[in-house]
Design a protein around this ligand. Structure first.
Ligand code: HEC
Ligand code: HEC
Length: 216
C-alpha cells in the first residue's frame, strides 16, 4: 500500500486512511473508535432504523459528500430515530467529531476519499432540511402517508402522487396548512411552523425521486 501523496490539503486525512488500511489507526481515530464502540455501535453496526452501517459504502456515499461539518451538525440535531448525539452524554465537540471521523474512515478508500466534502452549500443545506423534514414527518404524517390511508398519496410511490408532484413544494405546503379532503388543517397539529411543513413536504417529494440509491 504505497502511495504518493500529492495534495497537502487532504494529506493528513489521507495519510490516516492509509495507516488504517495497514491496520493501525491514528490516535484521534482510535479514540473515536473506542467511543463509537461504547455509544454508537448498537445502531450503527447493523443499521437499526436505517442507521448508516459502519463500513458500508452505499450507506455512506452521499454522507461522505456532505463532509464532517455537516454530519456533525446532523448528529447534534439528532437525525431520525437517533436523538441528539445518539442520546449520549458527550459534550465535547472534539469527541463527537472523532466518532464521526472514525465512521467516515470506515468507508474511506482510494475511490471514496474523492467524495469527501464535495457537496455544494445548497446540497448541504438541503441535506439538513430533509433530515429535519423526515424527523417531523415521522411524528405526524407517517400515520397516513406511510400507507395510503384515506387516499393519502404514499411516500416512495410516484404513481400515487401523479400530477400532485408538479404543484411544487409551496402549493403542496398550502394544501397541508389549509387542509385537503381527509387531511385536516395543518394535518391536525398546531406544533409546526410553515417552514417545518415545507420541510416535511420537501422530504416527501424527495422520496419520489431517490428510489435508486442515496438514502434508505
Ligand atoms: C438509537 C440508534 C442510534 C444510535 C445509538 C446512534 N445512531 Fe447515528 N443514526 C441512527 C439512525 C437511524 C440514523 C439515520 C437517520 C436518517 O437518515 O434520518 C443515524 C445517522 C447518523 C449519521 C448520519 C447523519 C446524516 O447527516 O445523514 C451520523 C454521522 C451518525 N448517525 C453518528 C452517530 C454517532 C457518532 C453515534 C454515537 C454517539 C450515533 N450515531 C448513535 C441511529 C442511531
Ligand atoms: C389523517 C391522515 C393524514 C395525515 C396525518 C396527513 N395527511 Fe397528507 N393527505 C392525506 C390525504 C387523505 C390526502 C389526499 C387529499 C385529497 O387530495 O383529497 C393528503 C394529501 C397530502 C398532500 C398532497 C396535497 C395536494 O395538494 O395534492 C401533501 C403534500 C400532504 N398530504 C402532506 C402531508 C404532511 C406534510 C403531513 C404531516 C404534517 C400530512 N400530510 C399528514 C391524509 C393525511
Amino acid at each position: 500500500m504505497k502511495k504518493v501523496i500529492i495534495s497537502t490539503l487532504f494529506a493528513s486525512l489521507y495519510f490516516s486512511a492509509q495507516l488504517a488500511g495497514a491496520g493501525e489507526l491514528s490516535a484521534d481515530l482510535k479514540a473515536g473508535q473506542d467511543l463509537y464502540n461504547q455509544l454508537c455501535v448498537n445502531c450503527h453496526a447493523t443499521g437499526v432504523d436505517g442507521a448508516p452501517r459502519l463500513g458500508n459504502k452505499d450507506d455512506w456515499k452521499e454522507r461522505l459528500r456532505m463532509g464532517e461539518d455537516t454530519l456533525y451538525e446532523a448528529v447534534i440535531e439528532g437525525p431520525n430515530h437517533m436523538y441528539s448525539k445518539g442520546n449520549s452524554p458527550i459534550e465535547s465537540e472534539g469527541q463527537i467529531r472523532s466518532m464521526i471521523a472514525y465512521m467516515m474512515h470506515s468507508v474511506t478508500d482510494d475511490e471514496t476519499s474523492k467524495l469527501i466534502n464535495t457537496a455544494t452549500d445548497e446540497e448541504k443545506a438541503r441535506h439538513m432540511r430533509l433530515l429535519r423534514g423526515y424527523k417531523n414527518y415521522d411524528l405526524v404524517c407517517f400515520n397516513c402517508h406511510n400507507s395510503s390511508e384515506e387516499g393519502a398519496p404514499q411516500v416512495g410511490k410516484p404513481e400515487e402522487w401523479g400530477s400532485r408532484k408538479d404543484l411544487g413544494v409551496d402549493k403542496l405546503t398550502d394544501s397541508v396548512i389549509n387542509g385537503k379532503g381527509h387531511m385536516f388543517i395543518r394535518a391536525g397539529t398546531a406544533n409546526f411552523s410553515e417552514a417545518d411543513y415545507k420541510g416535511m413536504v420537501e422530504y416527501m417529494l424527495s422520496t419520489l425521486e431517490r428510489l435508486q440509491s442515496s438514502k434508505q
